[in-house]
Design a protein around this ligand. Structure first.
Ligand code: KDG
Length: 307
């Protein structure tokens, strides 16, 4: 049985390796990158049995994504189809602090994925089904598919995990809100960046109040608010716990939110308490910031050593 099944788009990320600006670099590093596959890689490397579901083009680019995910042990159940491989570029000043990424992901194969294309038994038999707010932002079809998958998981008593993961290049805060209010009632474990709680849901109070808003408004069991350099806070049954971030020298911060989720889930799905899971997530996110690319290519020993 798979512990964690994730669903979403994986792109190829191109970034200058040497600190040169995109405009002048002669070489670009290539990495697989996508919130849900990033989470699967982090969790798999930290001990979970994971699978990533998606659609990719039947092309060298699509196969490049697959082979990179396989190299970290993630099982993939992917339809190879027509359409494009989404890609994105990061300029040098955006690598240490996400500011401005350039997406080239229109018409990516994944955008036409319907539940009929997917191995639903894998969703029904997992411990957790996980996706993020990026997926329903990509197409109307993917909104329907995300919604149906959350319901299919819920009907099979599979815990559902979801990260709001607002991306301003994909939609406006109002569009995100209108869509997410339909999905959040089907979520059991929510990750929400503090800034997204403010931008999309106008929650500006103390972090415990922001978490309580999601728990009360949408009936979510466990809410984890990620707070950047201030760590993270989790709320369940009205009581909150928090953990601090770890100081590291950041060379690439993109994907650290997904690394946090992967690290958190590695402990949470193993039955550990929320504080342990939060600390593990914060340590995994810190290690990610020392690694180039969006993936947290780390080990349990490295996380333990940082803890
Ligand atoms: O969380 C990191 C992601 O932003 C990155 O891997 C690409 O999924 C991605 C997106 O849509 O921005």
């Amino acid at each position: 049985m798979t512990d964690l099944v994730t669903f979403g788009e994986s792109m190829l990320r191109f970034s200058p390796p040497t600190g040169e600006p995109l405009e002048r670099t002669d070489t670009l590093d290539v990495h697989a990158a996508g919130a849900e596959s990033n989470v699967a890689v982090a969790a798999q490397r930290l001990g979970l049995d994971t699978a990533w579901l998606s659609k990719l083009p039947d092309s060298p680019l699509g196969r490049r994504v697959l082979s990179e995910l396989h190299s970290h042990g993630v099982d993939t159940d992917v339809v190879l189809d027509e359409g494009r491989q989404g890609v994105y570029y990061i300029d040098r000043e955006s690598i240490t602090e996400r500011r401005n990424v350039i997406y080239d992901r229109d018409d990516a194969s994944v955008r036409t994925t319907r539940v009929e294309d997917l191995p639903l038994d894998r969703v029904r038999s997992a411990d957790m089904f996980y996706t993020t707010g990026i997926t329903p932002a990509l197409s109307a079809t993917l909104f329907d598919t995300t919604s149906e998958l959350l319901d299919i998981a819920g009907d099979a008593d599979v815990t559902t995990g979801f990260d709001v993961n607002y991306r301003s290049k994909l939609w406006t805060p109002a569009e995100a809100r209108d869509t997410l209010v339909d999905l959040l009632p089907s979520v059991d474990l929510l990750f929400v960046p503090e800034r997204d709680a403010e931008l999309i849901f106008e929650q500006t109070g103390p972090v415990e109040e922001r978490a309580a808003y999601f728990a009360d408004e949408f009936g979510i069991d466990t809410v984890v608010v990620t707070q950047g350099s201030d760590g993270a806070t989790a709320l369940r049954d009205g009581s909150a716990v928090r953990a601090d971030t770890f100081e590291v020298e950041t060379i690439d911060s993109i994907g650290s939110g997904d690394a946090f989720v992967g690290g958190f889930l590695a402990r949470y799905l193993d039955g550990d308490d929320l504080t342990t899971a939060l600390r593990y997530g914060c340590a995994t996110a810190a290690l990610k910031r020392t690694i180039r690319g969006d993936l947290a290519v780390t080990t349990p020993e490295e996380v333990e050593s940082l803890l």
